[in-house]
Design a protein around this ligand. Structure first.
Ligand SMILES: [Zn+2]
Length: 155
């Protein structure tokens, strides 16, 4: 059974005995945080460099900073990025547009629905106007044809 190393968002590192491959620790034994990341280790040798530790801490710090900024300054909570979007993309979008991608998608679909309704109305209005005009055109064409036939008969 391999021993895996995990780190929590507060940079506590601890060992975890992996009985099955799907086994994962739920909480940091030191602070109880559930925000954990697995550290890479090979054959039980720790590859815990200071650079790696800094990157892990930076990653968690940046994420919680972004979440805090979104919550405090934009009222955006429980960010769940859509599709390939990650937290920093969502954060950048909220910062530049002032709204979350979800709001924007909603707004877009409402705009499209309104545009479709307007187009239909427009078409219906046009059809009503076109119909009598077409009847008139037919009448004129038939009259012209009849006049032509009379002309042929007279000559
Ligand atoms: Zn911890």
């Amino acid at each position: 059974m391999p021993i895996r190393e995990y780190a929590c968002e507060n940079s506590h590192v601890f060992d975890f005995l992996e009985r099955k491959k799907s086994d994962k620790p739920k909480r940091c034994p030191e602070c109880g945080s559930g925000n954990l990341t697995k550290l890479f280790s090979t054959f039980g040798f720790s590859v815990r460099s200071s650079g790696q530790m800094r990157r892990i801490a930076d990653h968690f710090n940046k994420e919680s900073e972004m979440k805090q900024d979104l919550k405090e300054n934009y009222g955006v909570e429980n960010v769940s990025p859509i599709g390939a979007r990650n937290l920093s993309e969502v954060h950048a979008e909220v910062k530049s547009t002032g709204s979350y991608v979800k709001d924007k998608m909603q707004e877009n679909s409402e705009k499209q629905a309104t545009a479709r309704r307007e187009k239909k109305k427009e078409w219906a209005r046009g059809a009503m106007q076109r119909a009598p005009k077409r009847r008139l055109e037919m009448k004129e064409r038939r009259a012209a044809e009849a006049a032509e036939k009379r002309k042929i008969r007279l000559s």
